[in-house]
Design a protein around this ligand. Structure first.
Ligand code: HEC
Length: 145
């Protein structure tokens, strides 16, 4: 058992990425966001897809002040396909460091999609948006009143 665990954690130590090794879906600490407390700061539409982007007022204030969002912040993409809720994609700030983000995919019933490799979420967001709090919709958050 111990050796199996050791082999597994060895497997999880991916070499690439500047930040802490992003955990796979079933091991990470991202919590389901308190949706009713978050601000809907922008919407992205593409064909039948509609994405509502949400985060906290405190995070929006930090972004405007050119500061890191508070530890614990959730950034949420609520994905609708043809007006039907499809999934919640969630980014959560886990510490003070610029790279301290983790990602999770929640189904409409709020259960975790356990076979998702969230290292891919992390890698794409870090690669393109490391200097903008890992956010593709950073400019929308900045201009939201
Ligand atoms: C190949 C690049 C890529 C991957 C992989 C990716 N994303 Fe994103 N993500 C984007 C882009 C681009 C947007 C902007 C919205 C859009 O264009 O649909 C976005 C938007 C988001 C947002 C809204 C905040 C923001 O950054 O604008 C969240 C939350 C999010 N993604 C979470 C996730 C999660 C969770 C996963 C993995 C299950 C994931 N992403 C995988 C590119 C990616």
């Amino acid at each position: 058992m111990a050796s199996a665990l050791a082999a597994m954690s060895g497997y999880l130590m991916l070499p690439e990425g500047r930040g802490p090794t992003p955990a796979r879906a079933h091991t990470n600490a991202v919590t389901f966001p308190p949706l009713e407390k978050l601000e809907h700061y922008t919407t992205v539409r593409r064909g039948v897809t509609r994405e509502h982007m949400l985060t906290s007022r405190a995070a929006l204030d930090a972004i405007k002040a050119d500061q890191a969002v508070p530890t614990g912040t959730h950034v949420v993409l609520v994905d609708y396909q043809s007006d039907v809720l499809h999934r919640y994609l969630v980014a959560q700030k886990m510490g003070n460091g610029i790279d301290d983000w983790q990602y999770q995919w929640f189904r409409p019933d709020r259960s975790i999609k356990a076979d998702e490799n969230t290292a891919q979420c992390y890698a794409c967001h870090q690669r393109s948006r490391r200097d903008r709090q890992f956010m593709f919709t950073f400019t929308d958050a900045l201009s939201f009143k």
